[in-house]
Design a protein around this ligand. Structure first.
Ligand SMILES: Nc1ncnc2c1ncn2[C@@H]1O[C@H](COP(=O)(O)OP(=O)(O)OP(=O)(O)O)[C@@H](O)[C@H]1O
Length: 288
């Protein structure tokens, strides 16, 4: 039964209020997603069917879920991918209504998404691309833009951490890069931009063991008390490096279970059937 609109709002506000209490003492809510619904633009295909998620400063969240459960769609809707249309619910980031902002405004506000399949930009060098993005964020923060030489000083230590050869800076963005190199390049972008909330969509896919360790080390090195991470992953191995404070399971466009690393352990040992069995035994654990 459809609830009257007013009642619906109250319910959303109440659940949001309840979740806010989860924040560590003193910690600020960074992202608050309430009953988010979204469909593929210009179609009737609904994908997100009421997602609730609260991320506080200093937290690392992992979202796991079977193929097609809506994890990437959630990431893309948050950054404003025009492929999708928001049909209900809300999302606030750093106190602002996310859906009132253009994608580039969301980025300037400190939201970063590393794509599952990063695209190439022929003709634009990595260093120019990085400096442009960096200066755009500097401007938004009311800080001075940096000159090329000064920017080298900012980017060089990041290359070191990621074990990236400086020659990458002169190459066109991702052109001719292998899948794993593209992922590393994405984390370089993240490191340079120093985003507040990094959404990492399957950052571990296609990485060899050393690259996974480098990427995870770099992500861990970026953590500050007032930043947060949202990782989409299929495997616990990433979580062995980037320790999550929260692990969520997504099914059919909703987050159905939230907990700590033990949720990833159930998945690793028993698969999604283990989650279904757990929720059958303990229905109260189900979040939606
Ligand atoms: N632009 C689109 N047009 C049509 N269907 C789409 C579109 N984007 C997503 N979908 C469908 O929505 C569902 C959720 O897709 P999504 O990519 O969010 O899943 P996922 O949980 O990230 O999956 P995976 O683990 O395989 O990456 C899938 O059935 C997918 O085919």
């Amino acid at each position: 039964m459809q609830l009257p609109a007013r009642l619906q709002q109250v319910r959303v506000a109440r659940t949001a209020q309840k979740r806010r209490l989860i924040c560590q003492a003193g910690g600020k809510v960074m992202l608050e997603v309430s009953d988010l619904q979204a469909k593929v633009a210009d179609t009737d295909k609904a994908i997100l069917k009421g997602v609730n998620l609260t991320i506080c400063e200093g937290e690392s969240h992992a979202i796991m879920g079977q193929n097609g459960s809506g994890k990437s769609t959630l990431s893309r809707v948050l950054v404003g991918d025009p492929q999708y249309e928001v049909t209900g619910g809300s999302a606030r980031f750093q106190g602002q209504d996310l859906f009132d902002l253009e994608p580039e405004e969301r980025a300037r506000l400190g939201l970063f998404l590393s794509f599952q399949s990063p695209i190439a930009i022929p003709g634009v060098s990595n260093i120019d691309f990085l400096r442009l993005a960096y200066n755009s964020r500097q401007k938004a923060l009311g800080k001075p833009e940096v000159e090329p030489l000064q920017f080298y000083g900012h980017v060089m230590p990041k290359l070191d951490t990621l074990h990236i050869d400086p020659s990458w800076l002169d190459r066109s963005v991702n052109e001719g890069f292998s899948g794993g190199e593209r992922k590393r390049n994405e984390v370089l972008q993240l490191a340079v931009l120093e985003a507040d909330l990094a959404i990492l969509d399957e950052i571990d896919s296609g990485l060899d063991i050393d690259a996974l360790r480098d990427v995870a080390t770099a992500v861990n090195g970026l953590k500050r008390g007032n930043t947060a991470t949202l990782m989409v992953t299929h495997y616990k191995r990433l979580l062995n490096y980037i320790h999550p404070t929260h692990v969520h399971v997504m099914r059919a466009g909703q987050i159905i279970l939230s907990g700590g690393i033990e949720v990833a352990d159930v998945l690793e040992n028993e698969g999604y059937e283990g989650i279904t069995n757990l929720l059958k035994k303990e229905p109260a654990l189900q979040t939606t």
